[in-house]
Design a protein. Structure first.
Lengths: 422, 375
């Protein structure tokens, strides 16, 4: 035995370790008994109180893989107290690492939203990919409607938000991006604005799925009911509102606080200045020239390249962007002379049309810039661009200016389009 | 003298000490001081280390049978050699504490939320104790296997971050003042200066042909990987870099496509755990060597067990906070570590040059003597 021990010491130590640890591992409680997994957070502020709503996954034993989404909420003076309140009521720790998005109602978003987020990151390991979203209704209501989408994943607020990021804004609206903007001198970032509506044409309905199909998505607000005063209530809002509405609106933030809600169309001209934005569409209305007669022309931007030339002239920053656009005609809508348009060999991008596009889109950029200048929000990253490429001159310029935060107001934008048709 | 390490093993150890300690909190810490210029601080540090490893390779080939003690003691005496070991012993002791607390927080934040200090420290110290007892031959062989996983892991991590790279974030460069630059250069010395441990293996290496070029190649490969990692980290996070304390896992978790499919940071935890354990083993081996020499104790099961037991106890009962240890290692003693890291290479280079000159003179005398005899 001693010889065997001497020859196989490592194996014996390994076996002893397994025997020691095996009972400990077996007797350990399953994580599902001790933790709730939070997939979305809603933060509502009403007067001086926060209502925190958490959309949590409650695993159920079943033959099929099945999850139940529930919304639990609590009210308290601070986010921490509200989260603690929820923990007391559900009797479990809450895991935030899988959280997909955080919804803020308008009142909550008027205060620095990065403060409650900072608390959740520091103490609850919230992940940086979590998408931020603002609502003009109650955040609790948005979570409820999202929960009602069920498990088919045909509709899901996360996907809607990802679509917005990819196709409408061409920029991220997650925590990481918000922090990066907050810590940089321009301090501006944007989130999607989603709403709840009772108009079917404006949104996607959050239907309850049939529980018989094993995809029961059960939404229940006020999960913490019965708790101490002020907890467990829900500000679910109007029950008629059963459609989740995404109309491409944006909530604009400066230094963590929401300053304005704008329609995407008001500021989407700046996407021409964003090298990463490629999902653009052009609409030329009431165009009459050559074969076109009072036509509405829909054009798709299939490719885009930007080159930048920055200069500092006197007390003005000159931001010049040359944009090369690859365009494809999508649709022409005109009542008279339609037969002429059916010729497949015809080049529709006449000189006049190209000029009209250039003029119209340059105006679109300018309108967007004017709107941002009005709000003094540097979404174009003027500061970063000048700081990167003209560091010394730009720093000198900022020192010379009495109000260095007005650099954006003192920037002249010039956009030159070059158009190549498909 | 018994040759305990092969050329390949020493090259692998050089790779380990080059990468070790640098891929967790260091990138965030450096960004706070000098922004993106941190890359150049790292480049400069690594160039200095390149010179040191080159000197090491020269000494190892020139005096293949001489240990560090044989080389240093005739010139600086036993007292100063002991003092040098004491200083490096303390340096490596603090470095081990830093590695251990960084590692514990890393594992707790990324994978084991309920990890207790006992559950982390006891197995780590037991494994480290076993390796120290078995000696450098076992450490070298194990590291030879694990270093491939570690290097490929870092390489793959860099590849996974490519979708998030925004290279323009690295601009503007060279904007920090000379003061900030030099302060950062000295503050981070605790995370560098791992080369002393390699000098301990002088006289114990079975040298192959092209030993010098192999040492330099291994070092350059791992140094380039470190520099690329720093550049990638800053290109991914930009201004939010100081918020991401666990660089190696944070850079991959930012890819939403990956993080929604799998817990991608598990992959980094697995390979980086190997790096962590090897770092701890090597650093503790160094501390034990210094103590052994100073206290004139034997390398036995009992002495290693007492050493490891005391350290484990100290780790478990000492009240500490990660932030305090990091601040202590950077701001409080960073400059002294910098001096220590500077003194040793200068000393060893001077001694090498003097020794080489003496040898040449001796050879010259022999030739001259031979000629006279013939005449």
């Amino acid at each position: 035995m001693v010889a065997l021990w001497k020859r196989n010491k490592i194996i014996f130590v390994f076996i002893i370790a397994i025997f020691l640890m095996f009972p400990t591992a077996l007797s350990k409680e399953s994580i599902a008994y001790t933790h709730l997994i939070c997939v979305a957070i809603g933060i509502d502020k009403q007067e001086e109180e926060y209502e925190i709503s958490l959309q949590v996954v409650v695993p159920k034993q079943s033959n099929a893989f099945n999850q139940t989404l529930k919304v639990v909420s609590a009210k308290a003076e601070t986010v921490k107290e509200a989260v603690d309140e929820i923990k007391y009521h559900v009797g479990k720790e809450i895991g935030f690492a899988q959280c997909g998005f955080i919804v803020f109602n308008e009142e909550a978003s008027k205060e620095n939203i990065l403060l409650p987020i900072d608390y959740l990151i520091r103490t609850h390991n919230l992940n940086y990919n979590c998408i931020l979203v603002t609502t003009d209704k109650s955040a609790n209501k948005i979570l409820e409607l999202n929960g009602n989408f069920g498990q088919s994943y045909s509709f899901d607020l996360n996907r809607i938000l990802e679509y917005n990021e990819r196709n409408l804004f061409a920029t991220n609206s997650n925590i990481e991006h918000a922090y990066r903007s907050y810590l940089s001198p321009n301090k501006a970032f944007a989130t999607s604005l989603v709403s709840a509506t009772d108009d079917k044409s404006e949104g996607v309905e959050g239907e309850k799925s049939s529980s018989g199909q094993g995809s029961g998505s059960d939404s229940e607000s006020g999960g913490s009911s019965g708790g101490s005063s002020g907890s467990g209530s829900s500000s679910g809002g109007n029950d008629k509102e059963k459609f989740l509405s995404n109309q491409g609106k944006l909530a604009l933030y400066n230094a963590g606080k929401m300053v304005e809600i704008v329609d995407n169309k008001e500021i989407n001209g700046i996407e021409y200045l964003n090298p990463y934005a490629n999902d653009l569409a052009i609409k030329v209305e009431d165009f009459t020239s050559g074969i076109f007669n009072n036509a509405t022309i829909e054009i798709e931007v299939i490719g885009k390249k930007c080159s930048y030339h920055h200069k500092i002239v006197g007390d003005k920053l000159k931001y010049k962007c040359n944009v090369l656009l690859y365009l494809k005609l999508n649709d022409i809508n005109q009542e008279d002379g339609y037969e002429e348009l059916l010729d497949p060999n015809k080049d529709y991008f006449t000189e006049e049309l190209v000029e009209q596009i250039k003029k119209q889109e340059a105006e679109r950029v300018q309108t967007s810039i004017n709107k941002l200048k009005e709000l003094n929000l540097d979404f174009v990253n003027v500061y970063d661009s000048f700081n990167r490429w003209l560091y010394d001159d730009f720093q000198k310029y900022l020192k010379q200016q009495n109000h260095s935060e007005d650099y954006f107001q003192n920037t002249d934008f010039e956009v030159d389009f070059t158009i190549i048709s498909d | 003298m018994k040759k305990l390490l092969t050329t390949n093993q020493i090259c692998c150890l050089i790779m380990l000490v080059t990468i070790s300690n640098k891929l967790l909190v260091l990138p965030a810490l450096m960004y706070q001081n000098v922004g993106v210029d941190a890359i150049w601080v790292v480049v400069l540090k690594l160039i200095l280390a390149l010179v040191v490893f080159w000197v090491f390779a020269l000494i190892a080939t020139k005096f293949p049978n001489k240990t560090l003690e044989d080389i240093l003691v005739p010139y600086i005496g036993k007292f100063f050699y002991g003092l040098l070991l004491l200083l490096f012993g303390v340096f490596y002791f603090l470095k081990t504490a830093l590695t251990l607390v960084e590692g514990e927080m890393f594992l707790r934040e990324t994978i084991y939320v309920d990890l207790t200090s006992e559950l982390y420290a006891i197995p780590t110290f037991v494994v480290a104790g076993y390796f120290i007892y078995k000696g450098i031959n076992t450490i070298g062989r194990t590291n030879e296997t694990l270093i491939k996983i570690i290097l490929w892991g870092v390489f793959l991590t860099i590849l996974l971050t490519l979708p998030n790279l925004q290279l323009e974030t690295l601009l503007p460069m060279f904007t920090s003042s000379a003061d900030d630059f030099t302060r950062a250069f000295s503050y981070i010395s605790m995370w560098f200066g791992n080369y002393f441990v390699i000098f301990l293996f002088l006289g114990k290496i079975q040298m192959r042909e092209h030993f010098i070029s192999q040492v330099i190649k291994s070092y350059v490969k791992s140094a380039i990987l470190v520099i690329i990692f720093f550049a990638v980290y800053y290109a991914v996070f930009g201004t939010s870099s100081p918020m991401h304390n666990y660089a190696i896992s944070d850079v991959v978790t930012l890819t939403p496509q990956l993080s929604s499919l799998i817990k991608i940071d598990w992959f980094t935890v697995i390979f980086y755990s190997f790096a962590l354990i090897m770092q701890v083993i090597l650093q503790l081996y160094m501390v034990f060597y210094c103590l052994k020499w100073i206290l004139k104790i034997q390398h036995t099961k009992l002495t290693v067990s007492i050493f490891i037991g005391l350290l484990a106890l100290m780790y478990l009962i000492m009240p500490y906070s990660v932030q305090h240890i990091i601040t202590f290692c950077s701001e409080t003693i960073g400059f002294y570590c910098f001096l220590l890291n500077l003194i040793f290479p200068i000393l060893i280079t001077i001694i090498y040059l003097v020794k080489r000159k003496l040898e040449k003179n001796r050879e010259g005398e022999k030739v001259y003597g031979g000629t006279l005899e013939k005449e």
